[in-house]
Design a protein around this ligand. Structure first.
Ligand code: IMP
Ligand code: MG
Length: 181
């Protein structure tokens, strides 16, 4: 049996990042983080829901001790445009004071979500604060954001799969594809 979401679904466009490329790149990112965070106190913060898929693969490829916590923030709802309004729907379970924090994001588009998160988390006085984003779109250059770890740069196009949704669907696709709309 194939995946439940059929490749015949007309909304699923061109495959932009195949599953094999995701696997390879996630391992490379994990290797880099494992070197950088030797003898540190690494805490990954996953941004629900999209980053969960990337985070779970990334975390299993790390070779350093690591903990994980999650935040949920509002972004687009079911639209494909950023509202610019960011709201915390679920906060972290524990304090991050003195921790070496890496925010794990699925995608940086306008950068507004990340900019808000960075400010919010920096105020909680972690020992260090970095970003690992699987995907980045060109618009992110408009705000002053330089994620330390980036998986792939994409063209300015709405994408689905590997955690990324459109109206909550398509997160389970094993690849990243364009959305036909
Ligand atoms: P930003 O605030 O514009 O950078 O958007 C960040 C959030 O919007 C991401 O964490 C995603 O949840 C969502 N998002 C942005 N671009 C896409 C996309 O192409 N597909 C699916 N979700 C997206
Ligand atoms: Mg989303």
């Amino acid at each position: 049996m194939g995946p439940v979401t059929s490749r015949n679904d007309a909304a699923i466009g061109e495959i932009l990042v195949p599953a094999d490329d995701l696997t390879c790149r996630v391992k490379e990112l994990a290797a880099a983080i494992s070197v950088d965070y030797q003898d540190r106190d690494l805490l990954l913060i996953g941004v629900l829901k999209g980053a969960v898929f990337f985070l779970s693969d990334l975390m299993r490829a790390l070779t350093v001790p690591v903990e994980v916590d999650f935040m949920a923030i509002s972004s687009y709802g079911s639209s494909t445009k950023s509202s610019g309004v960011v709201r915390i729907l679920k906060d972290l379970d524990a304090s991050i004071e003195g921790r070496d924090v890496v925010i794990v994001e699925d995608i940086v588009d306008s950068g507004l979500t990340l900019q808000y998160l960075l400010r919010n988390l920096a105020a909680r006085q972690p020992a260090s604060l970095e970003v690992c984003a699987l995907l980045i779109k060109p618009g992110a250059r408009k705000v002053d954001l330089e994620p330390r770890y980036v998986g792939f740069e994409l063209p300015d196009q709405f994408v689905i799969g590997y955690g990324l949704d459109h109206g909550e669907r398509y997160r389970n696709l094993p690849y990243v594809a364009g959305l036909n709309q």
